[in-house]
Ligand binder design. Structure first.
Ligand code: HEM
Length: 412
């Protein structure tokens, strides 16, 4: 394959159902410049090293205007950039402020204590399958679940959840833009901008409310702000809340959907999980390696010349780190194209690595673990309706658009 073809082949929809042979081709040259501009990095150790290199920037303002145009989602001009798109030290300040009310060491129990509530959401969604011989796992389960979870995490009042779901759906649709005419795309962009503005003003109102009368939720804790970093400004809180929604939505949808797809393709593993629910912990790690919801990180750039694997990536070059390819690198993983649910030594790149490693990973893991164990336990004789299923267009956040599952009944 010539370098001309690389990027276009990765983004070509025809390769969406199985991009892995293409990644194997890519790994023959660990760092390669594509004709369209970016440097593609496809081997595990090179990706890992760049993710830990302070000369690699996540601030999209450092990208050339040309490279910046390839990024599908525009930022809200009225809000500061979310910390996923900032470099240290600004990134670290905001991430620490958001982590304080979310996880260890200051709030070690926030995610753990959501377990019961998450279980109820999962059960409620599966109960909705009753009297149906077939469901679309995406629309009927994987899509609504993570948004409901983010609502409960932030502390969105129950009566507003439906409105919040509406905004989340519109924002998610913009991540996989319509492939129609320019007019259709423009119309979709307008709807997206309106949803983003409405969501931002809704959140600003709620944050102000929580500042005056705090409750036990993340918005109240962010608004109360304590500790050596002081407090987030109101717009930083809005930007961070929207980041949690966007970063935690489509990704979790895809992990759960890819999970069921993989289990239904490997009935022996499905049966093992049914017999031994504890298997779900390593199994979800293997899924994050084998079918990672974030296939590649296309928004990084270099702040200096970087020598790696015999190539010099020049300062200012756009960089695509192909996480899903690193996860299948035979130099790092034994038998990488096999799905081994209890694989030992599984330091995959599914949640990335380094300073931007996934903030929400404890929650994402718990959501996927609960969802998969319950789906496998309750669906009687589940079968795929179509294999491969139809995929979304997005090559970065890759996952099925629909996943038809037929079954004989529902266990209690
Ligand atoms: C299976 C589900 C998920 C996957 C595969 C995933 C994957 C990732 C990856 C690869 C990154 C690195 C992005 C980059 O460097 O540009 C990331 C960052 C991030 N994720 Fe997740 N994520 C998931 C779920 C979640 C959830 C549920 C939340 C929120 C509750 C979340 C919040 C974030 C945030 C805030 C960042 C930015 C971290 C930073 O810049 O320091 N993610 N995630």
């Amino acid at each position: 394959m010539t370098s001309v073809a690389l990027l276009r082949q990765i983004t070509d929809y025809a390769n969406r159902a199985d991009p892995y042979p293409l990644y194997a081709e890519l790994r023959k040259t660990p760092v390669v410049r594509d004709e369209d501009g970016p440097y593609l990095v496809s081997t595990y150790w090179e990706i890992h090293s760049l993710l830990h290199d302070p000369r690699v920037s996540s601030d999209t303002r450092n990208l050339s205007p040309e490279a910046a145009r390839t990024i599908s989602q525009e930022e809200d001009p009225n809000l500061p950039p979310p910390f996923i798109k900032l470099d240290p030290p600004e990134h670290d300040r905001l991430r620490r402020l958001a982590m304080r009310p979310f996880g260890p060491p200051h709030t070690p129990r926030r995610v753990y204590e959501m377990r019961g509530e998450l279980g109820e959401i999962v059960s409620g969604l599966i109960d909705g399958f009753r009297d149906r011989g077939q469901v679309d796992l995406v629309d009927d389960f994987s899509y609504p679940f993570p948004v409901t979870v983010i609502c409960r995490l932030l502390g969105i009042p129950r009566e507003d959840e439906a409105r919040f779901h509406g905004w989340a759906d519109t924002i998610a649709a913009s991540i996989d833009p319509a492939h129609g005419t320019a007019d259709e795309r423009e119309a979709q962009l307008q709807v997206f901008r309106q949803a983003r503005t409405d969501l931002a003003s809704y959140l600003a109102g709620l944050i102000e409310d929580r500042r005056r009368s705090p409750r036990d939720d993340m918005l109240s804790a962010m608004a109360a702000g304590y500790g050596p970093d002081g407090q987030m400004s109101p717009v930083e809180m809005v930007s961070t809340s929207i980041l949690l929604l966007i970063a935690g939505h489509e990704t979790t949808v895809n992990l759960i959907t890819n999970g069921m797809l993989t289990l239904l393709r490997n009935p022996d593993v499905l049966q093992r999980l049914r017999d031994d629910p504890d298997l779900v912990v390593p199994l979800v790690e293997e899924l994050l390696r084998y079918e990672p919801p974030v296939q590649l990180l296309p928004q990084k750039t270099t702040l200096a010349d970087i020598d790696i694997a015999g190539t010099t990536i020049p300062k200012g070059a756009p960089l695509w780190l192909v996480l899903a390819s690193g996860n299948r690198d035979p130099q790092r993983f034994l038998d990488p194209d096999r799905f081994i649910p209890d694989r030992p030594d599984n330091q995959h790149l599914g949640f990335s690595s380094g300073v931007h490693n996934c903030f929400g990973s404890p929650l994402a893991r718990l959501e996927a673990q609960l969802a998969l164990t319950e789906l496998v336990r309750r669906l009687d004789n589940p079968r795929l309706v179509e294999d491969p299923p139809p995929y979304r267009h997005n090559a970065v956040l890759r996952g099925p658009q629909h996943l038809g599952i037929a079954f004989d009944g529902l266990r209690q």
